[in-house]
Write a protein of this length. Structure first.
Length: 202
């Protein structure tokens, strides 16, 4: 399964103001351009480390045929009219905006919104589908293409405090050491303060 981020999280004014404070800049706005870049880079680093999208952003997911399975017989009643399930490799998935299926000849079919259902009730999100709406037989690789949104909200105010603090801690570290020859291990120690919140995937 391939995942690609197709839009970056928005860096809002609130995040810039908090970064100024963490970097000891007070109301000095002269470094805002640098802080904006650092917030963007550090947010992505924290998300990659935690395996957890935070501020809303768009992703494209490509799934192979063998990654689509039959709905378990003991599954709960949620979306019970669907007979197939595709586990999604992202946490905090909030919406699926498009699903395309490709047959063995590479011809695509865009599924209607009623042809699938997102189960985002836990970290291990899943997409439910019906066999009857798919252009069978599906091609073996990249037979499903999903456009999804993942994150806890549209701005920094939506991000839980423990994650926001980790991002700002990393921003402050990078700002303090900008231009220095920094040992990667020291930067990793900052990230590792969030180790307890990493999403574990088997």
């Amino acid at each position: 399964m391939e995942i690609k981020r197709t839009s970056d999280p928005v860096v809002d004014a609130g995040a810039i103001a908090e970064a100024r404070s963490w970097c000891g800049l007070g109301s000095d706005t002269s470094e805002d351009a640098t802080l904006r870049l650092l917030i963007k880079a550090c947010t992505q680093d924290v998300e990659d480390y935690l395996r957890l999208p935070l501020v809303n952003q768009a992703y494209r997911i490509l799934a192979d045929r063998d990654e689509v399975g039959m709905r378990p017989a003991d599954a709960d009643a949620y979306a019970s009219t669907f007979d197939l399930v595709l586990p999604l490799p992202l946490a905090n998935v909030s919406a699926v905006s498009s699903v395309k299926a490709y047959d063995v000849d590479g011809v695509s079919t865009t599924l209607a919104g009623t042809d699938y259902a997102l189960d985002a009730r836990c970290d291990d999100a899943a997409l439910y589908l019906n066999t009857g709406v798919l252009p069978l037989p599906l091609r073996k690789t990249e037979c499903l293409e999903l456009a999804v949104t993942a994150g806890v909200g549209a701005s920094s105010t939506s991000v839980p405090a423990k994650f926001k603090a980790l991002i700002l801690r990393l921003v402050a570290f990078d700002f303090e050491h900008r231009g220095d020859d920094v040992n990667d291990a020291d930067r990793c120690k900052v990230l590792e303060t969030g180790a307890a919140n990493r999403v574990i995937r088997l």
